[in-house]
Design a binder for this molecule. Structure first.
Ligand SMILES: [Zn+2]
Length: 70
């Protein structure tokens, strides 16, 4: 019963975390982005060089940033 309600809660908020390679210094998974409803929440900052992915970046843009990092 409680399992069901927590699954329901997760589906509603749709919050996830994604580790992204930095496109500037190429540090592996140095940027931790919090994603809600397909958009980043708050600025996501590279631990290594301070590169910032601004709030409101969508999934498609994140994929492009990751392509730049590789
Ligand atoms: Zn960096």
């Amino acid at each position: 019963m409680s399992e069901y309600s927590s699954a329901c809660e997760q589906a509603r908020t749709m919050k996830s975390f994604e580790d992204i390679d930095c496109p500037k210094c190429h540090a592996h998974e140095a940027i931790e982005a919090v994603i809600m409803d397909g958009l980043t929440v708050g600025d996501s900052i590279c631990d290594e060089c301070g590169y910032v992915i601004p709030e409101g970046t969508n999934h498609k843009e994140l994929a492009i940033i990751e392509m730049m990092a590789s």
